[in-house]
Design a protein around this ligand. Structure first.
Ligand SMILES: N[C@@H](CCC(=O)N[C@@H](CS)C(=O)NCC(=O)O)C(=O)O
Length: 248
């Protein structure tokens, strides 16, 4: 089977989720650098890219052998888990899978708001995200964290029970980026279960390799990062990815 292509950049949360899934299963892929939102060549709004991924967002998966393409991180993750037999993160039981799918649907417009409300306003000044929009995103995220704290993680180590699933990976790339170790833009003191889970997730295989971009960019709580800092963080992340993939 030829090496699958993954279109995106390491800075993107949903791209990181798919990369983490590949890396934890020591499965090679080729990252094709694709600028989110750009209509230029190698941009996610270029007609050639839209032909593969009509939504015009990253990530997108392509299997060169068959020409199959697929957008949307969660669809990609469940597809990869099913086709590779990765039952460790997507158990071979319809009810377990349905519960995971339930979280993956819930994630959008709830946990995903972490990026829109807290990270993008600092990192993507060009988007000029209105303050009212940021506030509503922060509210949605806080409500989602209350749900995760008091329900998903009330009696479980991970979102679905005793082991990591696709739901944890999808959730962590959003919530984890806010940690003091990374952007440091959220106060987790109201959420002890979430804090404990963040620590457990940081020990999962592939976590460090996928989050190099975050550790390199560092704390943005006081000051928006310079463009050079973001560019350098992406370059270091790409070098790490190359070394990781070469080790498989
Ligand atoms: N629902 C999509 C969201 C992907 C997404 O929002 N990607 C961003 C980058 S993190 C993007 O491509 N933005 C460019 C745009 O919307 O034009 C998924 O989970 O894959």
């Amino acid at each position: 089977m030829s090496t699958p292509k993954l279109y995106g950049v390491p800075f993107s949360q949903p791209v990181r989720a798919v990369m983490w899934l590949f890396i934890m299963h020591k499965t090679p892929f080729e990252l094709v650098l694709t600028n989110p939102g750009s209509k230029g060549e190698n941009g996610s709004r270029h007609p050639d890219y839209l032909a593969k991924c009509p939504g015009g967002t990253i990530p997108c998966l392509e299997e060169p052998a068959t020409g199959f393409t697929l957008g949307e991180a969660h669809a990609i993750m469940t597809y990869l888990a099913r086709t590779h037999g990765w039952t460790d993160v997507y158990p071979d039981n319809e009810q377990d899978r349905a519960k995971i799918d339930g979280y993956l649907h819930y994630h959008h417009r709830n946990v995903r708001e972490a990026s829109l409300g807290l990270v993008a306003p600092k990192v993507r000044k060009d988007l000029d995200i209105p303050e009212s929009f940021q506030e509503s995103a922060r509210r949605n995220l806080t409500n989602a964290l209350r749900t995760i704290e008091s329900s998903y993680l009330a009696d479980n180590t991970f979102l679905m029970g005793g082991s990591v699933t696709l739901a944890d990976i999808a959730a962590y790339v959003e919530i984890g980026q806010l940690r003091p170790e990374f952007t440091n833009v959220f106060d987790f003191s109201e959420f002890p279960n979430v804090q404990r889970w963040l620590g457990d997730m940081a020990k999962v295989s592939g976590h460090d390799e996928v989050h190099v971009v975050m550790s390199e960019m560092g704390d943005i709580s006081q000051k928006a990062p310079e463009m050079d800092t973001i560019r350098d963080a992406n370059i270091t992340a790409l070098k790490t990815l190359k070394a990781t993939l070469a080790s498989f």
